[in-house]
Design a protein around this ligand. Sequence first.
Ligand code: LER
Ligand code: MN
Length: 270
Amino acid sequence: MKLSLVISTSDAAFDALAFKGDLKKGMELAKKIGYQAVEIAVRDPSVVDWGEVARLSKDLELPICAIGTGQAFLADGLSLTHPDDKVRKKSIERVKKHAEVAELFEAFVIIGLVRGKRDGRSYREVEKIFLESMDSLLKNTQKVRFVIEPLNRYETDFINTVEEALRVIEKINSDRVGILADTFHMNIEEVNVSESLKVAGKKLYHFHVADSNRWAPGCGHFDFLSTFRTLKELGYDGYVSVECLPLPEGMERAAKIALRVLKELIVNLR
Ligand code: LER
Ligand code: MN
């Protein structure tokens, strides 16, 4: 298991991000604190100088493990299941740009909020549109991998649990699509976090951590020990990305606490 920190470009509207703002500063701090990679939340990839990010990543020896797309939904209202065809096409184009960047860094593309909401439509209807959008993304990209992130009910009503994500993934039927499980969402939606992770099994491609209150791990009541034991049992060797509020005491402190707590946990698993 490798530890990563979620950072973002300056135009992010989402609060649960460490080092929201200056990407360069975020990458440098993540490295200084001791993270092995960063995950970058990006609203619009066309406004970022990716050459500069690639240089930084190389110089700092800090890989970029995933590209977040939720800002495109939060700030621009784009979604892969948008009822308006024109907006949906624009959304697919936007995520394709995310995918091109992700391909460059061999990073995952996160399909979280950007999949949209049901907005009064049936689950079936929205799922059908989502499958079409995913099909288009897969056909128009080479080998980049996508991860579907189940989100809690207060953020979307389309795919809240690992089981729901797995059902959609089964229909997509591509090894380029897996699950991103996030402890914050699982704590709200899953009956039993460890059991759900076992059901995901090898389809678990990526992992987000925050405590029950979305503070740094160790600052709430989420049972990280049993969850990490399950990850070990599953042979999970992907990234564990810290995606927490800048709490307690600001971004840097939260990121430091998270790293210390997670490192201790992982050592104790041996
Ligand atoms: C993104 O990874 C996430 O977990 C969501 O809560 C974004 O709103
Ligand atoms: Mn997440």
